[in-house]
Design a protein around this ligand. Structure first.
Ligand code: ZN
Ligand code: ZN
Length: 90
């Protein structure tokens, strides 16, 4: 299988990963590897396991998942940041 994003740019590059979100095959250049905490259903011991799992997405899905953030950090960010609301103090 070849990289979907490269194919759209009229290039043929062997794919090295598959996007977890949309299922597109992507090359190393277009793959974005992030980490994801593994959680278990209640009642099976630890709710959140100590080691994060790998999660690979294509460029489109990576951008979409991070479109709410203004930084380029690959680390998962908290959903709400109280620091953002502390700017206007009276
Ligand atoms: Zn590619
Ligand atoms: Zn994707």
């Amino acid at each position: 299988m070849n990289c979907y994003d490269c194919d759209r740019e009229d290039r043929t590059v062997p794919a090295t990963a598959v996007c977890r979100h949309c299922g597109a095959a992507v090359c190393t250049e277009h793959a974005h590897a992030t980490t994801e905490l593994v959680t278990r259903n209640a009642g099976l011991g630890l709710a959140t396991l100590p080691l994060p799992a790998r999660r690979i997405t294509c460029t489109t899905c990576y951008d979409a998942e991070h479109s709410g953030n203004r930084t380029t950090s690959t680390a998962p960010r908290p959903r709400h940041r109280p620091a953002d609301l502390a700017g206007d103090r009276r």
